[in-house]
Design a protein around this ligand. Structure first.
Ligand code: ADP
Length: 748
């Protein structure tokens, strides 16, 4: 108006009020409808004042029409301006709301709070009082309510697709639930909830997966405006982002939890270390970041106790094990896995660990696999290997020992100059040494039978006294030689149901050991006791004794205690293993006791009570050969001429007639021509072996009654079965006991 009056002297009333419209637009935009109306009224009055009042009164005069049209234009301008003003104000407020939402969401931690805020903002911007946001679980297709407003509790149970929400890839607008067929099934329920219109927007992930749905509900029929659709899209997008983020976080924390629980539940000790750098930038120590339960228990701490502390603070001597420290540093510096086997004393025991260090984002993951048992087994294997080598050396020595006297005695016996006494002496020497060797071989065979479980006991009722007597008889030469004093305390009347030969073998072994491992003029005591359902025989000496740590080992195969080796001409180290095997076959056990080195030893054989026979049964008469029964015609076939001839001499001395053959075919020829009563056949012969010859003899009628005896180096049960199958009556093992053979021949 001011401007108008300023230019009035120039324009006079020729120019109408040109600032009128802009002034109304300005007033509407800035101040709203009211002030704009005021401006328009003032402008119109001003225009009217400038016109001549007489002209204004003239109906349809130009002045009157111009004033009325100015008023109409002002009204239109005010209405249009006000409309655009309200739109821009709402957009501004929308922007403001959405900005507020983003800012607040950034500060909220939990997904359900985030979704609740999105929903409430969304509903407010729709001026809706009811709304629901539903989500699908990460794995599964059951929609569940994440947040709701305006439904109290009733809204929650029935949100399934098609109820309060509609899940589709597209937005679903049910403008009127009374007329829309999609809401047909839920009308009563929707009515009860006061819902008449539904606007559902899907929450879609970046990968196109439907994560859930965002819905608002209205009490009146309604269709969302473009603005509301835009807001729905923005809010749905925001909700999808937060759901995806929460899922990703859940996935990470789930993996974390799994990783943690695997590490925790693993029996393998595991730690994570972070390097501690010194001034020069070199790694000087490590810090514990994590210890699993197994590691904590190995270190005897609670899992959290070491976390964050330097290794040397809690284990000051940890890096005395330099190779291990260097291995950790090396793994970190080269960013490669390194491993090492170390014996550590972390838990107070010197256990062996296979340690694997693996770089982990600048830290070090370290596993400790306990390999103590493997190491022990390795050591045991090495030990067994060493004992086996020692055994072979001893065996070679033991077998070679008798050869020298035998060779010398044979030379003397052959000499024409030797007197009869010298020849007899030589024969004794040879016999003794051969006896010694065959005992050795018997022991070896027995050990092998025990190991293979093929040793059979020949149990019978026998007198313990005579078993002891036989054992003492065997050990007697050594006991006497070393001038020991032997005391045997045993009841006279004890009968046992056992294999007398094997039991005597066990006891003679114990007695021989006692004699061997006791300095001359020692004393040896044998005691028999019966109590607690078992009876025991113990052999006690006052000899070199056994160190406590060696006690458990003495029954092992090839076991020889060092001090014993140094003290006496030890045997093969199989005697006690054999004794243990035989006693166990009887259902008993054998124990060694000693108060220590130099304090003597006691070996006790415990046998169960059922070994003690209740009745005195007659002992079977020993098979004893005689000279006078009946002389036999004997075919003796052996490709070892010396063996054959020497045996022939013995048999002839017994009064038998002996024909010799040195292979299978000549044995058969001799059988046909001479018709012997007895055939002694070696098994391993050229031109038909002993089995073959036996079968051929048995095949002819004249051969049915012939006494067939196999003489062989093969003494396994399987060999005996085979010889019996071939028709042999007896099976004698080389070197044969002449007496046993003579006894067999004496049988009727
Ligand atoms: P060996 O043939 O060496 O005697 P054994 O199996 O009979 O083998 O005995 C095993 C080891 O047990 C012997 O080497 C010896 O060290 C120890 N031992 C056995 N009996 C006695 C004992 N009476 N006193 C001391 N040590 C013994």
């Amino acid at each position: 108006m001011l401007l108008h009056w300023l230019i009035f002297p120039i324009t006079q009333s020729r120019v109408t009020f040109i600032f009128f419209i802009p002034a109304i637009v300005l007033a509407t935009t800035i101040a709203g409808r009211g002030p704009a109306v005021l401006v328009a009224v003032v402008g119109l009055i001003n225009s009217a004042v400038m016109k001549s009042p007489g002209m204004l009164m003239v109906p349809n005069s130009a002045e009157q029409v111009s004033l009325i049209s100015s008023a109409l234009v002002s009204i239109m301008v005010i209405l249009v301006g006000d409309y655009y003003r309200s739109i821009s104000r709402r957009e501004l407020s929308d922007l403001h709301e959405l900005h507020e939402l983003s800012a607040t969401l950034a500060g909220i931690a939990g997904l359900s709070d985030q979704l609740r805020l999105i929903l409430s903002t969304f509903a407010r911007m729709h001026a809706a009082t009811q709304g629901i946001i539903c989500t699908y679980p990460a794995r599964g297709d059951t929609l569940s309510v994440a947040a709701s407003i305006g439904f109290g509790h009733e809204g929650k149970p029935e949100v399934r697709d098609g109820g309060l929400v509609f899940v589709d890839r597209q937005r679903v607008v049910v403008a009127d639930t009374e007329t829309d067929a999609r809401a047909a099934g839920f009308r009563d329920w929707l009515r009860a909830l006061g819902v008449r219109a539904i606007h559902s927007t899907p929450l879609i992930s970046r990968d196109g997966e439907i994560l859930g749905v965002l819905s608002v509900h209205f009490p009146e029929p309604r269709r969302p405006s473009d603005r509301e659709i835009r807001i729905a899209d923005i809010c749905a997008r925001k909700a999808a982002i937060f759901i995806e983020r929460a899922r990703a976080e859940e996935l990470v924390s789930q993996r974390d939890r799994r990783f943690q629980s695997v590490l925790e539940s693993s029996g393998v000790p595991f730690i994570i270390l972070s390097p501690v750098h010194g001034e020069a930038g070199k790694i000087v120590d490590f810090r514990f970041l994590f210890l699993n339960t197994a590691a904590a228990s190995v270190m005897r701490v609670r899992p959290g106790e070491y976390a964050g502390r330097k290794v040397t603070d809690v284990l000051p001597r940890a890096w005395d094990d330099r190779p291990r420290f260097d291995m950790y540093v090396d793994a970190l510096e080269h960013n490669e896995i390194r491993q090492i086997e170390r014996q550590t004393e972390a838990d107070g025991n010197a256990n062996w660990y296979h340690i694997v260090a693996s770089p982990l984002d600048g830290d070090l993951a370290v596993w400790f696999a306990d390999i103590t048992r493997r190491k022990l087994q390795e050591r045991e294997l090495l030990d067994a290997d060493r004992r086996k080598d020692e055994f072979l050396a001893t065996l070679a020595h033991e077998l070679r020992n008798p050869l020298a006297p035998i060779r010398q005695a044979a030379t003397i016996a052959r000499s024409d100059l030797a007197t009869d006494a010298q020849k007899r002496w030589s024969n004794n020497v040879i016999e003794r040494q051969v006896q010694h060797m065959s005992l050795l071989l018997d022991d070896l065979l027995d050990v092998s039978r025990i190991t293979h479980g093929t040793l059979q006991l020949r149990k019978q009722s026998a007198d313990l006294q005579s078993i002891l007597g036989a054992a003492v008889e065997t050990a007697r030469p050594l006991i006497d030689e070393r001038r020991h004093q032997l005391v045997v305390e045993a009841p006279d009347d004890l009968q046992v149901n056992a294999d007398p030969l094997r039991l005597a073998q066990v006891l003679s072994n114990l007695l021989t050991n006692a004699a061997k491992y006791t300095a001359p003029h020692g004393s040896i005591r044998v005691m028999v006791a019966q109590h607690d359902g078992e009876f025991s025989v113990s052999v006690e000496d006052n000899g070199i004794g056994i160190a406590p740590e060696e006690l458990p080992k003495v029954f092992g195969m090839f076991a020889q205690v060092r001090s014993a080796q140094e003290h006496a001409a030890g045997g093969l180290g199989i005697g006690l293993a054999l004794a243990k095997g035989i006693v166990e076959l009887h259902g008993g056990r054998i124990e060694a006791a000693s108060a220590g080195i130099g304090k003597g030893s006691r070996f006790t054989v415990h046998l169960p009570d059922n070994v003690v026979a209740t009745m005195v049964a007659p002992t079977p008469a020993a098979v004893r050969g005689g000279n006078g029964l009946s002389n036999k015609r004997i075919l003796l076939a052996d490709d070892n001429r010396d063996a054959a001839e020497s045996l022939a001499i013995i048999l002839r001395l017994e009064g038998h007639e002996v024909d010799l053959a040195h292979d299978g075919q000549s044995a058969l020829r001799s059988f046909e021509s001479r018709r012997p009563d007895v055939a002694l056949l070696d098994i391993g012969m050229p031109n038909s072996n002993g089995y073959e010859v036996a079968r051929r003899i048995r095949a002819v009628p004249e051969g049915r009654d012939v006494l067939l005896i196999a003489i062989t180096g093969w003494a396994q049960d399987a060999d005996k079965i085979e010889s019996r199958a071939a028709g042999f009556d007896h099976h004698l093992t080389k070197p044969i006991e002449p007496d046993a053979l003579i006894g067999l021949l004496a049988l009727p």
